[in-house]
Design a binder for this molecule. Sequence first.
Ligand SMILES: Cc1cc2nc3c(=O)[nH]c(=O)nc-3n(C[C@H](O)[C@H](O)[C@H](O)COP(=O)(O)O)c2cc1C
Length: 243
Amino acid sequence: MENIKTLDSSCAFQEVHLLDVNLPFCLGCSNCFRKGNEFCPHKDIMTSLIEKINWADGVIVVSTTFNMRETALLKNFLDHLNYLLHRPLWFTKKALVVTTVGAVGGDSTIKSISGTLTGMGFNRCYGIAISAFSWNDYQISPKTQKKIDKKSTDFCRDVQSGRMHYPSTDVLIPYNLFRGMAGNFVKGSKYETKDGDYYTDDYRKKHVYERGIPLLPHQRLFGTLFYLIGKASSKSMEVTYKK
Ligand SMILES: Cc1cc2nc3c(=O)[nH]c(=O)nc-3n(C[C@H](O)[C@H](O)[C@H](O)COP(=O)(O)O)c2cc1C
């Protein structure tokens, strides 16, 4: 944060410590997937966190590495946002993912968090794993500080540029499978869900990814292929729920 403030004094930050917000465990009620996140039993806490991400151009996500991945605290927050893997939202946002790690698993933590964020639409995720050879008495070495400054500068410059990158081709798979299957979930269908509304948007009906995000020609083909697979499989697949 200090480096980013030096690079751009007009930057404003909002800091959230998940430990302080007392977010209960996701109950798996699936209201967010089916009816919308406003039906989440923890919506009061979640709405204020979502508003903070909506407000930001860039998000810095920080987690210690526990058991080679993000902490349960962060995982629980991301679980509450998993409906966005069906209906991505944050297409113009960029993230810097930071983890401290003893020795093993920092990269998998970054991969896990970044994978979730890009699934939610994030346009680019920068990652940095910091080896902390200490139990609660870690001091940043000049070498590590340099690494942090370099990565946070890249992140800050990218956010400032407002430039949208080509998405990873991987994110086109779930997006277009859900887009292809959305016909089963439109309003008035037997098992309607919010996916039905989302993908019947005029633009989304015709395009393999969100407006304003550039795509390479092979990505358009790839997206279309997965759209057709989703559409074909939806004919023989019914996703039910208790009414
Ligand atoms: C419950 C627990 C699980 C941990 N799992 C890992 C691990 O999988 N790999 C690893 O290298 N270090 C592991 N560590 C060490 C921490 O990642 C390390 O102590 C931490 O990054 C120090 O930074 P902090 O002061 O931000 O917590 C673990 C520590 C705890 C307490």
